[in-house]
Ligand binder design. Structure first.
Ligand code: UTP
Length: 295
């Protein structure tokens, strides 16, 4: 069983649900309070012991690379002004020298294709895959919880799932679960966007994966599916014929920050929890709600 030391962050999507904000700004740089969602995903990966961060970027995404670099003018100014807390924070957020790699997906041909673009950087190791626009609010972080399952089950592939209302299962990838131990289970099947009456459960695949490198060969075999895109679920379904897949109903809440309601909800939830903002924000929120007819 090999440890998980690399993580892939696909950030080449067009973010069409967030136009016009995402015309020039990558959606992964939208902030939850004051942290870009891509930074939250990197924080989660570091907490889980990841040592190498692989970003699959596209055109107009250069600012993500800049975000994970030093900013000499800014740092010099902060130093001159004695702003050591801000300087320390910037320093802490940076991956170490040589720990970040960037590759390009030249065309947004789907998530599966974006992952495949990382194959040379990942090599023959198992790796974590984090969709940065899915913000997981969890302690310990979602990926940490998944790595605990990976270790306990002796390797294989792991997918984080969450429960949704039954009338929503037709929008997601859904898993069939058996052999529960605590909140972890064996995945017996996966179905992409099943109608409610054919869904094996209401547990949806939610944006965090641990995958074995054999997934790359499965992606390579694929013809474009729904919407002309190369999907990751199809490749996982084929890999399941040969390898174990475990699921974890992780402890925490998922916010889909690629969607407006998810993004706004994440901002409210994270702001309410911040010791430096919580009380003031709660009062501000109450005033806003009162002046808009209450809840
Ligand atoms: P989404 O489907 O949520 O991203 O993909 P999108 O296509 O940018 O969103 P909309 O629907 O147009 O608003 C989940 C993650 O996968 C990346 C996205 O950047 C996002 O982080 N992705 C998606 C790629 O890197 N390449 C792709 O071809 C598709």
């Amino acid at each position: 069983m090999r440890p998980i030391k690399k993580a892939v962050f696909p950030v080449a999507g067009l973010g069409t649900r967030f136009l016009p904000a995402t015309k020039a700004l990558p959606k992964e740089m939208l902030t939850v309070v004051d942290r870009p969602v891509i930074q939250l995903a990197v924080d989660e990966a570091r907490e889980a012991g990841i040592e190498h961060f692989v970003f699959v970027t596209g055109r107009n995404k250069g600012v993500i690379e800049d975000h994970f670099d030093k900013q000499f003018e800014l740092e010099a100014t902060l130093r001159k002004r004695g702003k050591s807390a801000e300087l320390d924070m910037l320093e802490q957020d940076l991956p170490g020298a040589g720990q970040a790699s960037f590759t390009r997906q030249q065309e947004p041909l789907g998530l599966g294709h974006a992952v495949w673009c990382a194959r040379e950087l990942v090599g023959s190791e198992p790796f974590a895959l984090l969709l940065p626009d899915m913000v997981m609010h969890a302690r310990p972080g979602c990926l940490k919880q998944m790595i605990d399952v990976y270790n306990a089950r002796g390797g294989g592939n792991v997918i984080a799932v969450e429960e949704v209302a039954w009338d929503q299962v037709n929008r997601y990838g859904v898993v069939a679960a058996s052999d529960w131990k605590g909140n972890a289970f064996t995945i017996d099947a996966m179905v992409e966007k099943p109608p409610r009456q054919h869904a094996p459960s209401n547990l949806i695949i939610s944006g965090r994966y641990i995958l074995q490198p054999e997934i790359f060969a499965e992606i390579a075999k694929q013809e474009p599916g729904t919407g002309g895109e190369i999907q990751i679920t199809d490749a996982m379904i084929r890999l399941m014929a040969r390898q174990n897949f475990w699921g974890i109903k992780y402890q925490g809440t998922t916010y889909d920050c690629g969607d407006k309601i998810g993004f706004l909800s994440a901002n409210v939830a994270f702001a309410l929890e911040r010791p430096d903002l919580g009380a003031d924000f709660r009062a501000a929120l109450k005033r806003i709600l009162d002046s808009h007819g209450g809840l």
